[in-house]
Ligand binder design. Structure first.
Ligand code: PHE
Length: 361
């Protein structure tokens, strides 16, 4: 015997080719994968047993070597060792492939984590965030300090301190969600009180945040919305300061040629009070059928007034020394007007298309 029997080599080749074909089939990802893997592993064990075990073919061949003459022994010995190494290597490779497939099967789920990236898919700021940021930068330019606000409030800061006593009819307008120990604030005016208590005058502050009211949802109402509150307290602050400040704000935010108009109104925490309108930036007061101003030429955008001396007293500021103005506006309303968004509900529906249309990268 000079070389390893061709029969043995063929047997091994056939076995391994059969196993490799089965490994190929694992790529198909069909339902019987688990079963197939078990079968392949069994077959690999058989190859190991038949060729590599103590009583296996390789051992038998090696045992026969001493009987042969030295020349043949050396040559055959080398061949047997090469075959043995080959078998071990191939079994190892196949085992790795099969175990990888097994792990995939166990741990992966059928989700495609890759994304076909295009700038169109990039995340954007929500339009409400953009409006808030723009408003903040205009007021920061005008020297207003920006304060955070709290949404879970007590009745005192949301109502009483703002001169809205328990049985006051104005509470109906600001009805909200009550729970044990607190309420959800109905306006950002609570922050007037909290900031005034925190900081002695002079104060020039704005605060933006969520508010809640017991409103049914429709195109212009929502139980949750955002407001911007601004106020200023110093010696000799007058109504003219209020008008001038808001006029500059409007010109910076809506456009230079925009006019303002004040109509008397009522808020318990300001005296006198007013509603401020701006001239229509859409039709420039020229279209009787304008969908934004409804032909009136004016758009109401905020409530304002001189801070009621009762409020100043409530927080320990002497109204004989100090006076102030305050204003509050709905962020959604501003956004709807400026960007012609037809329905307040669109802000909260989380439609990607909405954000693609109005959001900004
Ligand atoms: N808080 C008022 C509202 O929610 C708005 C306002 C703020 C009015 C400040 C006057 C002064 O309607």
């Amino acid at each position: 015997m000079k070389a390893i029997d061709q029969e043995i080599l063929d047997k091994y080749k056939n076995l391994i080719t059969e196993i490799k074909k089965e490994v190929e089939l694992l790529k198909e990802n069909n339902q019987e994968l688990k079963e197939k893997i078990i079968q392949i592993k069994k077959k690999l064990e058989l190859v190991k047993l038949e060729f590599l075990s103590k009583k296996g073919i390789i051992s038998k061949l090696l045992n026969e070597l001493p009987k042969l003459d030295p020349q043949v022994r050396k040559q055959l010995g080398t061949e047997i060792n090469i075959l043995k190494q080959n078998i071990e290597k191939e079994i190892k490779e196949i085992t790795q492939t099969v175990e990888k497939k097994e792990r995939e099967l166990k741990y992966s789920c059928n989700v495609d984590l890759s994304i076909n990236f295009s700038p169109d898919n990039a995340g954007r700021f929500h339009i409400l965030t953009i409006v808030q940021q723009d408003l903040m930068s205009v007021f920061a330019e005008l020297g207003f300090e920006i304060f955070d606000g709290i949404e879970i409030e007590d009745e005192y800061h949301n109502f009483e301190a703002l001169n809205i006593p328990k049985d006051h009819p104005a509470r109906d307008m600001w009805d909200t969600f009550y729970f044990n120990g607190g309420i959800l604030r109905t306006h950002t005016s609570n922050m007037q009180i909290r900031i005034m208590k925190q900081k002695p005058p002079p104060i020039k502050a704005i605060s933006i945040g969520k508010c809640y009211r017991r409103d049914n949802m429709d195109a212009t109402h929502s139980f949750q919305f955002h407001q911007l509150e601004g106020f200023c307290i110093d010696k000799q602050v007058t109504f003219i300061d209020l008008i001038k400040t808001l006029y500059i704000f409007v010109n910076k935010y809506f456009g230079e040629d925009i006019k303002v108009n004040f109509v008397p109104s009522y808020f318990p925490f300001t005296e006198p009070s007013a509603e401020m309108s701006i001239s229509c930036f859409y039709c420039s007061q020229k279209n009787e059928n304008c969908k934004i101003c409804k032909g009136s030429g004016w758009i109401e955008i905020l409530g304002c007034g001189m801070i009621n001396p009762i409020v100043l007293k409530n927080v320990g500021i002497d109204p004989d020394q100090f006076s102030g103005f305050a204003f509050g506006m709905g962020i959604e309303r501003i956004a709807m007007l400026k960007y012609q968004i037809p329905d307040i509900r669109m802000f909260y529906q989380n439609y990607i298309e909405f954000n693609k249309l109005w959001g900004e990268v």
